[in-house]
Write a protein that binds this ligand. Structure first.
Ligand code: ZN
Ligand code: ZN
Length: 331
């Protein structure tokens, strides 16, 4: 096992899954669980971390690449998950099983359900119709929830059958620091197309670690939060030219480039050159797109931006990877 009071281990970074282990004192925290539980455990062991020693999972936002293995991992370890309330609700909505069907099929199903209800002498039809209306969404999908009686029965089944069941849920709010064991966590709002997305500054033993990925641009508040860090994990998602000429449909390109999308190499370089205080001993570029970026483009762009900083001599620039854990950074 690794020793060291504060450690930062990126297990995976990118659109196929994001996850980092932060150890401070006696406390070990998983930031996002974007890989399957099995793969998370495999990579933790590769990196010399023992999954059984994790104390909690903290979640930045509900996008799949940040929560893929969340429920299984939390259940297997019996540990709490920390969300904002908005992110927790969005995550539950994402997990609720819904069946896609055409509008005609939906109408047909609704007629059949209405007929079945009328056949029941004691049915409360008004309530049933309201429930049904709630299940409809704009693109013609319909909630595939079981009829009311079955739903009630399911609630009495073991919690494992509820896909949203977690051993414990804790809420935090952006802008309000909270503590897990020996680690103090400062969550801050980031501009991204999720319900209530956040970045984190994690603090332990006087060491400050910043995590900021999945943001459309660097807001004044984010700039303020990313000062005085010892380590900065910062998104460098795409090369603008590669994105423009790349395989994504135009609507997706627009989304990625938007103010609630992802930071380009240029945007990251601009921050590093003009706003970043140069304090961190380690800068880790993260969430690199496999379709619209190349590690060398991101690296060169960030190196140029940092070239003028006198502290660069002491700084190390690392690139987080999608398919392999990065060696632990120890303080
Ligand atoms: Zn992401
Ligand atoms: Zn995201």
């Amino acid at each position: 096992m690794l020793t060291g009071m504060v450690r930062f281990t990126v297990l995976s970074s990118g659109s196929k899954g994001n996850s980092t282990v932060v150890t401070g004192g006696q406390t070990r925290i998983l930031v996002d669980a974007g890989l399957s539980c099995r793969e998370l455990f495999r990579r933790m062991k590769l990196a010399g971390e023992d999954p059984a020693t994790l104390d909690a999972i903290v979640v930045t936002h509900e996008h799949q690449d940040h929560v893929n293995g969340l429920a299984v991992t939390a259940r297997k370890l019996g540990i709490p998950v920390y969300f904002t309330e908005g992110t927790h609700r969005a995550w539950m909505r994402w997990l609720m099983p819904r069946r896609q069907m055409t509008y005609a099929q939906w109408l047909d199903q609704c007629r059949q359900q209405a007929a079945a209800r009328q056949a029941e002498a004691d049915a409360d039809t008004a309530e049933g119709e309201l429930d049904e209306a709630d299940g409809v969404t704009v693109n013609g999908t319909c909630s595939a929830e079981a009829p009311e009686q079955e739903t009630k029965q399911a609630a009495h089944d073991s919690p494992v059958k509820d896909p949203t069941w977690l051993p414990a849920v804790e809420y935090f709010e952006a802008g309000k620091a909270f503590q897990i064991g020996d680690v103090v966590i400062h969550p801050f709002t980031i501009p991204h197309d999720a319900t209530d997305p956040v970045g984190f500054v994690l603090e332990a033993e006087g060491v400050r670690l910043g995590v900021a990925t999945d943001l459309g641009y660097v807001t004044p508040n984010v700039k303020a939060m990313l000062k005085g860090l010892d380590l900065l994990l910062l998104e460098s998602n795409h090369d603008l030219e590669m994105l423009r000429d790349g395989p994504y449909p135009w609507s997706v390109k627009q989304r990625v480039m938007s103010r609630v999308g992802h930071l380009s190499n240029d945007a990251t370089a601009e921050f590093l050159e003009q706003e970043y205080d140069g304090q961190a001993a380690y800068v880790i570029l993260a969430h690199l797109s496999e379709s619209n970026n190349l590690p060398e483009l991101a690296r060169i762009s960030a190196e140029r931006a940092l070239a003028g900083r006198e502290s660069l001599l002491a700084n190390r620039l690392l690139l987080a990877e999608q398919h392999h854990p990065l060696s632990s950074v120890c303080f």
